[in-house]
Structures are given as C-alpha cells and as structure tokens.
Design a protein around this ligand. Structure first.
Ligand SMILES: NC(=O)c1ccc[n+]([C@@H]2O[C@H](COP(=O)([O-])OP(=O)(O)OC[C@H]3O[C@@H](n4cnc5c(N)ncnc54)[C@H](O)[C@@H]3O)[C@@H](O)[C@H]2O)c1
Length: 493
C-alpha cells in the first residue's frame, strides 16, 4: 500500500531511501530528525533493561505506540515470557553488549533492574545520548543521584523516574491545596508505609549453585561479589543493602513525592534514624527516620511561607500517632502508606502516591488547577518528552532535575538508619555531599548476624558485632566504590 507523505513512518522512509539495503536497518531518531525534535507519530526505538518484573509493566505501557527493539535481562527463566511476547526485540544478557551492538539504533532506555544497578545503566545510556526512564528509587546512593541529575542536564535527554504517582491527580491536588494556603504554613510532616512485605532482618544465607538461567556476575554488576542464594533475586533483593534500599527506599519515592514537590524541598540539613535490630547486610524490619530541612525562600506572590521543616518517616507497620480529631475507625493506610501535613490552619492527609487528599477539618478546598495534567500515562508522558526538542521540551512529572534531588532525600533515610549507632543527629552538607559532624575517629558498631537458639530449654543470644570507622562507612554509602571493571561516567562540573 502506498503511503502519503503525512503518514510516512521512519521505517518506510528508510526502506524507500535504501538505507535498509545498505545495512542500516534502524536508525535513531536523532539522525533522522536532525535537531532532536520529532513528529509525535514517529516511533521511538526503545530498549528495556530488567524485564522480569516492573520493567514489563513499563514496556507494555509504551509498546502499543513505540518500537521495542532490544530487551536485556540477567535471569532468562524469570523473564522467559517477556522475551517470548516480544520476538522482534533482540535479546541480551549484558546491557553493555546491547549498547555496543545496538547503541546507534536505540533512542531511549527503560531501566527496571534492582536498585544498585540503576545508576550505571542509566548514566551510560545518557552519555550515549539516550533518553532514560529509570525505576524508583532513581539510584542507590546520593552521589549517583547527583550524577544522573547532572548528566541529564548535560546531555539534554528526556528523563523520568518511575514514581508513577507523580503523573496522577493526587500529587497535583496536594500541591495545589498546599500552595494555595489551604492548611497554612507547614513545619512538620509525618509519613509511613506498611512495607516491607518481603523478608527483611535476615542473616546472610549460605551460597547455593547458580541456576544456568541466571548470570549472577551480571546481576552483581558494580557491587561487591557474594555467593548466590535464591533469597536474593528476583524481587527479594529489596531487603539486602547491597542491592536494595529497604522499605523506605522502596516506597518513599511514591509516598514522599507530594511532600518534596509541594514544599519546595532540596537537601536536608539533619538526619537521624532508628530501627529494629540493624544488621550489616539486611535491612531491619521496621525503621523511623527524621529529616530536617532549612527554611526555603518563598517565590514571589506565594500564599505560604516555607519555614524549617521536620519530615518523620515510619515503616514496618509503624504509623504516626493519629492527630486529635481523627475520624474513629478510619484506616490511615491508603494504598500502602500515607502522609500527614501538619499546617498552621489544618492537617492535610493523603495516601501513597499522594492519593485521595483530604483535610482533617472536613472542608473541601476549591482551588485553581495550576499543575499540568498527564492524560495517558507516566510512561507515555516520557515518550512525549523524548520527541520534543530540548529547547522546547516540557519536563516530565519526575524529570531528573527534580527526581535527582528528591531521591537524595530518600537515600538519606537509609544513611540515617545505617548510621544510627553513632547516637547523634547527623548534620549534612548537601552541596558537598558530606556529613559535617562525623569525626575521623568515630566508630559505628553493627551486628553481623542474629543467632538465637534454645539449648535444653535455655535461650541463647549470640549477636556478633563489627566496629567500623564511621566516616569511611558513611563515605562508602554516599558514594560506592564500584567493583573492578565497573565504573560510572565522570561527574559533570
Ligand atoms: N513504580 C513502581 O510502582 C514499582 C513497582 C515495582 C518495582 N519497581 C522498581 O522497579 C525495579 C525492579 O523491581 P522489580 O520488582 O521489577 O524487581 P524484579 O526482581 O521482579 O525484576 C527485576 C528484573 O531485572 C533483572 N535484572 C537485575 N539486574 C539486572 C541487570 N544488571 N541487567 C539486566 N537485568 C537485570 C532481573 O533478573 C529481573 O528480571 C526496582 O527499582 C523497583 O524499585 C517500581
């Protein structure tokens, strides 16, 4: 069938110009479209790294309109069905090989691997000029968040963190109500999640044989090697510090996003954490974190002030105390968690993803809609941004210019919990990415394992400890030393 010019697709353009015959089967959009702007009807060539779980949901959200040209996963048993459902996409074990072989034809990459490998996969893609959609939490460390933020600005690519609630109505309404002054000035926020729903608080398991269908070395990627056990992957990696970020890292990107956005947060100045038994390798069953933010400058015409703020986080089943006037019998948990914004005039409560905001007074605010609404989906809003030129691009709802600093807030919670043994409120210099009140000689004690046994009816407690230099431990958590052979691109100035 002959196509008219208006409907001509990139593939048919290539075919009619003979590019296919010349060996260039698929070219990236930037080559075809010159300055980066593309017609919305022009399809992106998308690669997905980490397809067995959430990556497949993200893939399905873009598959209807875009080309899925390559898929990469380290576990070909867990991902079997996704490979089978996408026979046109080239299948890879190693994202580095995929970038080498198909880099020229890929426009954009979705990253949905375990948290510890997000940064290296996304950062490398950006230096190749690829747009990236990266699952939450954006990265495992503060340094990696800063790096992705700066690389996104340098390479002018379209970015989106996968906290899909940011494209939904709850976050819009929460921000609009707060910034319209409906609850006054806010000095305290409390938030919680009902997670973990995966195992935490565990001792390091013994090694097992690696299944033939899994490339354990590639799963480990930049972090330090450890013997394989089926407890680690898929999915349960969340509870292991080397791979995941515990309940807070998993859920705070959804739950705290309306807080970060509505209250114009940047870097915290203080952090403190506590938890149930803290182990060296596995996240604790329940945690509490307090982050303090300095007063922020209100923009011109602002209806509220932004005074110093305390954000208090609970997880593992703990919740903030119910405020006076809480409707008896009403569950605070809405879709996995909730937030209470304590304002000078009222309290605003919303669920996970900013869902269903309401005021404790029962008043229903009517305020102008100032936030952009996303019509199709979080993923398709990113696709839209990928096709716009950098100069005229409307940022996505979780563009890295915001998601990067926001993710630093989330991973700061992990730092606060893991450094709780210092028994002091940590002071943080966000610009420099360093704690200012940990001395060179401070030590932090961690428990290696929890070995409770009953011998002849007698309970025996055995919790071997390790003492670490606190500064070195903190620095390593702020910026990981990558395993030999794995490295991040340099931090742009
Ligand atoms: N936005 C959301 O609502 C949401 C929901 C679930 C998960 N997530 C996020 O998505 C990411 C993945 O979580 P999940 O639940 O899908 O985990 P999962 O373990 O179920 O899936 C991760 C997939 O990535 C693969 N993988 C791991 N390392 C890889 C590597 N280096 N290269 C290629 N493939 C690799 C695994 O084999 C697996 O197939 C996490 O960051 C998680 O926090 C987000």
């Amino acid at each position: 069938m002959k196509e008219n010019n208006k409907n001509i697709t990139r593939r048919s353009f290539l075919e009619t110009t003979g590019a296919v015959a010349a060996g260039f089967t698929i070219l990236p959009g930037s080559v075809i479209s010159g300055l980066g702007k593309r017609a919305p009807s022009d399809k992106l060539n998308i690669a997905v790294v980490g397809i067995g779980g959430m990556g497949n949901s993200n893939l399905k959200a873009v598959k209807g309109t875009e080309n899925i040209v390559a898929l990469c996963d380290v576990d070909w048993a867990y991902s079997k069905n996704v490979f089978a459902e996408n026979p046109d996409a080239k299948a890879y074990w190693d994202w580095r090989k995929m970038y080498d072989e198909m880099g020229k034809s890929i426009d954009a990459v979705i990253v949905a691997t375990a948290d510890h490998s997000h940064a290296i996969i996304a950062a490398t893609a950006m230096t190749l000029g690829k747009h990236v959609y990266v699952q939450k939490p954006l990265t495992h460390t503060v340094y990696e968040s800063r790096l992705l933020t700066r690389l996104a600005a340098k390479y002018k690519v379209a970015t989106q963190m996968g906290n899909q609630g940011s494209s939904a109505e709850g976050v819009n309404l929460t921000k609009e109500w707060i910034q319209n002054g409906e609850i006054g000035d806010i000095r305290k926020v409390e938030a919680f999640t009902d997670r973990p729903i995966w195992p935490q608080g565990l001792n390091v398991p013994k090694g097992e044989w690696v299944p033939d269908t899994l490339n354990w070395d590639l799963f480990i990627g930049p972090t330090k090697m450890r013997p394989y056990n089926s407890l680690y992957t898929p999915w349960n990696w969340r509870g292991w510090w080397d791979f995941g970020t515990g309940a807070l890292g998993d859920m705070a990107c959804h739950i705290l996003h309306p807080v970060f956005k509505s209250l114009r947060l940047q870097y915290p100045i203080k952090a403190q954490g506590s938890s149930t038994l803290l182990l060296t390798d596995c996240a604790p069953n329940a945690q509490m974190v307090k982050l303090t933010y300095p007063e922020r400058v209100a923009p011109k015409g602002s209806k509220i002030k932004y005074p110093q703020l305390e954000v208090v986080w609970y997880d593992g089943g703990l919740q903030p105390p119910k405020p006076n006037g809480w409707p008896a019998g009403k569950n605070m948990n809405n879709n996995g968690g909730g937030v209470l914004f304590h304002g000078s005039k009222d309290i605003l409560i919303c669920g996970c993803y900013g869902r269903d905001p309401w005021l404790l007074s029962g008043r229903v605010p009517v305020v102008p809609k100032t936030e952009r609404r996303v019509e199709v989906s979080h993923e398709m809003d990113w696709v839209r941004a990928c096709k716009e030129s950098p100069e005229n691009r409307i940022p996505t709802k979780s563009d890295f210019s915001e998601a990067g600093p926001f993710n630093e807030m989330v991973v700061m919670g992990v730092l606060a919990v893991r450094l709780q043994g210092l028994n002091k409120e940590l002071e943080w210099n966000g610009e420099k990415m360093e704690f200012t009140n940990i001395s060179d000689t401070d030590q932090v004690r961690l428990t290696i394992s929890d070995n409770f046994t009953i011998i002849d009816g007698d309970p025996k407690f055995d919790r071997p400890n390790i003492n670490m230099n606190a500064k070195a431990f903190a620095n390593e958590m702020v910026r990981h030393t990558y395993r030999q052979g794995w490295s991040l691109p340099d931090m742009p100035a």
